[in-house]
Design a protein around this ligand. Structure first.
Ligand code: NAP
Length: 305
């Protein structure tokens, strides 16, 4: 018997990744959707979350694919109704609200999984294993992509809580925090904010331990998702969003099949349910909150989709 899942917020990531991952899952079946406009063929569709909770007690897992700002209310209602919850990244609009969800899940003995899909990229585990017991001399993240391609028309990314370029940048930080053998903390940041928007379109970050990052959402043409690390045992690089591992410039592990990330998230959720455990690591979001707290703001040209 597969565990029944409801998907909330049928938009870009639900359609691109969650629906195919669930269709292929040995553990889960998509049993309902809740979305004001979106739906999935032959799956029962609700527009009202409370109506779903009241009529489908058989659906024990709720996977929230909404943008971060509206997500808390849905997560809190799902936990109150005794459902296990998966959160898209970033897990919320603020750290405090995710801590609150953690406490509520724990009090009710429910699983809360704050997913980080980039941690499931093909070469991240190999990179982490290689870095174990090595000394990082310096590291640099280059995360440059085209916001018009990945977030077409999504004005929420430029609204408060949308996090701007940190929406993709947090993927890089989720990998960094997973693979580094010792933690780092943010020491300085520059945030480039379009004059007509609330969140940065580009950011430069500096961390302790000679770690730096360059996030930019204005890159057209080839996209760059690289992490270059210099260690006491030579250079290591993760390319293509954590999917390829290079040692001393030579490819060692991984491939570019990003469709593997979401099936791996659902497999992890199945493990968490079996173990009656939760997985909520907020370290990537701490770095973003610190950058927004400490960052020097520069106003740049207006941005229009
Ligand atoms: P999206 O398409 O803009 O939003 C998903 C759906 O959420 C919308 O279609 C909408 O469905 C619903 N929604 C939007 N605002 C809402 C609100 N205020 N209240 C209730 N429902 C609302 O966003 P997305 O690109 O799928 O991203 C969603 C999350 O996934 C984000 O946290 C993002 O970081 C993460 N993610 C995105 C990508 C990507 O490539 N875009 C990749 C990985 C992860 P209805 O109008 O039908 O209600």
């Amino acid at each position: 018997m597969k565990t029944k899942v409801a998907l909330v917020g049928i938009g870009k990531i639900a359609v691109d990744q969650h629906v195919p991952a669930l269709a292929a899952s040995p553990d889960f079946e998509l049993a309902a959707t809740i979305s004001r406009q979106g739906s999935v063929a032959v799956v029962e569709a609700f527009t009202d979350f409370n109506a779903f909770l009241a009529t489908r007690p058989d659906v024990t897992v709720v996977s929230l694919c909404l943008p971060p700002v509206p997500r808390f209310d849905y997560a809190a209602a799902a936990l109150l109704a005794g459902r296990h919850v998966m959160l898209e990244k970033p897990p919320g609009a603020t750290l405090a609200e995710v801590h609150e969800l953690q406490a509520r899940a724990e009090a009710k003995g429910l699983t809360l999984y704050a997913t980080w899909h980039s941690r499931m990229a093909r070469a991240v585990a190999a990179a982490k294993a290689w870095l174990t017991a090595k000394t990082v001399i310096r590291a640099h993240i280059t995360w440059r992509e085209d916001v018009r391609k990945w977030h077409p028309g999504q004005d929420w990314v430029f609204e408060p809580g949308g996090m701007g370029v940190f929406d993709p940048g947090i993927n890089a930080l989720s990998i960094l925090t997973e693979i580094l053998p010792a933690p780092v903390h943010l020491t300085a940041a520059t945030l480039e904010v379009p004059e007509n928007r609330q969140t940065p379109i580009a950011a430069k970050l500096r961390f302790s331990g000679n770690v730096t990052a360059d996030f930019d959402w204005r890159q057209e043409g080839p996209q760059t998702w690289d992490i270059d690390i210099e260690t006491d045992h030579g250079p290591m690089a993760l390319r293509m969003g954590g999917n390829l591992l290079e040692l001393a410039g030579k490819p060692i592990a991984g491939d570019a099949d990003i469709m593997g990330e979401y099936p791996a998230l659902y497999a992890r959720m199945a493990d968490l349910l079996r173990m009656r455990a939760s997985d909520v690591d907020l370290s990537p979001m701490v770095h973003v909150a610190d950058a927004l707290s400490l960052g020097r703001r520069q106003t740049v040209a207006a941005f229009h989709f």
